[in-house]
Design a protein around this ligand. Structure first.
Ligand SMILES: [Zn+2]
Ligand SMILES: [Zn+2]
Length: 139
């Protein structure tokens, strides 16, 4: 791995904010002022192909990058905000439901974040209290 590749991997693994390529570029530039945006894109792509980082794609939003460690995502349907959620490893359950052997899965739960929910309520006067937000079930 190149010097930039290693540094980019460190940045993505340390971040919990689901950085876009531009944000990774800004972070990397603090250490390596001469780096080009294309270099960041190339390295992110290579790291993703090598399964060292995850890419989270949401329609209409720039791709975001994330650590590999098992977790899933709540995605706000309105603003695209991503929040980590730990549902454990569902591979066995999903395999049973689907009846096939699965290599991996990518679960995005669409929600309205509290800010967007507030905006909706102000605009529509509707009550989203019980419907759109998923709360973890007690164990
Ligand atoms: Zn939102
Ligand atoms: Zn995440």
């Amino acid at each position: 791995m190149t010097k930039y590749g290693r540094r980019i991997l460190e940045i993505v693994e340390a971040s919990r904010s689901h950085m876009t390529a531009e944000q990774v570029f800004d972070a990397l530039r603090r250490d390596c002022p001469g780096v080009a945006l294309a270099t960041v894109y190339n390295n992110l792509n290579r790291l993703w192909q090598e399964d060292r980082i995850r890419k989270v794609s949401v329609e209409g939003m720039p791709d975001r990058y994330d650590r590999m460690q098992r977790h899933d995502h709540l995605v706000c349907k309105e603003c695209g905000r991503l929040v980590d959620v730990d549902l454990g490893d569902l591979t066995a359950q999903l395999e049973e439901l689907a009846g096939v052997h699965i290599l991996s899965y990518d679960l995005k739960l669409m929600v309205l974040c509290s800010e967007c929910r507030k905006k909706y309520q102000e605009r529509e006067g509707e009550d989203f209290e019980s419907s759109a937000i998923i709360r973890p079930r007690p164990h």
